[in-house]
Design a protein around this ligand. Sequence first.
Ligand code: EPZ
Length: 432
Amino acid sequence: MEKLVIQGGQKLQGTLPVSASKNAALPLMAAAILPHGITYLDHIPELRDITTFSHVIRITGASVERKNHRLQIDATRVGFPESPYDLVKKMRASFYMLGALIGRCGQARVSLPGGCAWGPRPVDLHIEGLKALGAEIDLDEGYVVAKVPRGGLPGGNYRFEPSSVGATVNLLLAASLGRGGSRIENAAIEPDIIVFCEMLKTMGAKLDGVGTRTIEVQGVPELHPIKFSNCPDRIELGTFMIASAIAGTPGKPIRLTHARPDHLGEQFLEAFQNTGSGCIIDDDSVIITPPETIKPVSIKTAIYPGFPTDLQAQWTVLLSCAKGVATVTDQVYGDRFNHIPELARMGLDARVSGNQVLVRGGVQLTGTRVMSTDLRASVSLVLAGMIAKGTTHVGRIYHLDRGYERLESKLNRCGIDIRREQYDEFGAPSQG
Ligand code: EPZ
């Protein structure tokens, strides 16, 4: 098992590069099995989720090869339309194979994703949406079994309630290679979806209304393989902006590069500036000037362009540095607070009530042993360790490795004393 050991109190400084997007890369990879031929995807981050999804894709008969940040996916021989439980349970976005295999093969047998660190995270919209487009869907021993009528997916209309990123991806994957036309209403408009739709259109898909809540799809008989580049990770950018504000030297700018700040949405950018942190956008860089004191700013998460739920744990650590009381309300996932008890062990004064946590800031956190419970919880513990007094050991960082590329080497190069170590969860705690 691996952990990160962080000596608190070091100042973050210099230039921090943002990696390519995890949540945009995954739909791009799923789309790469639609055409017969080799698709090249550039700017794909080296993450556990990408490795896991590569294994899922290989099971269908496709080949997936990585050369640095480029993936080469040869879908010529896709023919086994299945995605097994032991892989899908590791990463729920594997469920995108349902739409991709319906599109490519006209049939699919994909495991239901199972549980998540917080939940429930249902897939009813995926299933009802695909049925509305004409797929025949049954549930069999924890698997979704789908097939399309002879001649291909007839198409249809479906309105999401609530809007869903994953379900929008699944319906677009299936409908792009369908026979008929489809209309998707209340579709997700996250930047990940826009980039994904750009790839589909470049492959020959007929989509109208991309970027709006209503997407019209006209199925085509085939799509062609292409070269396509992924976008930067907006959640890593937001994470680094928060890290700069809380661990930087007041008044000393930190530059975040290879970024797309417009992908963060107005609500996050506005909340961030309301903390008193300086934020200047300079082409694909964001220059953060840490403030003398951080103002407490309450936030409520919402679907894009609202405040991203994937940044609420990190925001809670920012609030611990602000003098005063503020709240974090998650309107997307009502119980995504597994990081709170771990942060409380470091001295965070916070109280969870329903889908809201009330944080009383201004308390100096202290380092100790803490444990990751999910990807964004894990990075919030790293942020806390950076500003805590003493040493913090963040365990089970396999969660972190799912979504942050070489985080400790990036932070090391910017002044933070952080190192990766092996440890035995059941052995005596190592000193230091
Ligand atoms: C995507 O998950 C992201 N994952 C999540 O990021 C992110 O938290 C989430 O969108 C919300 O922004 C990827 O892109 C791989 P949803 P997804 O379907 O697609 C409800 C991270 O940390 N819903 O948009 O699963 C659902 O319960 C991960 O990188 C249904 O009710 O999210 C939630 O309340 C964690 N039925 C809301 O919709 C369904 O069938 C939004 O979920 C599907 C979803």
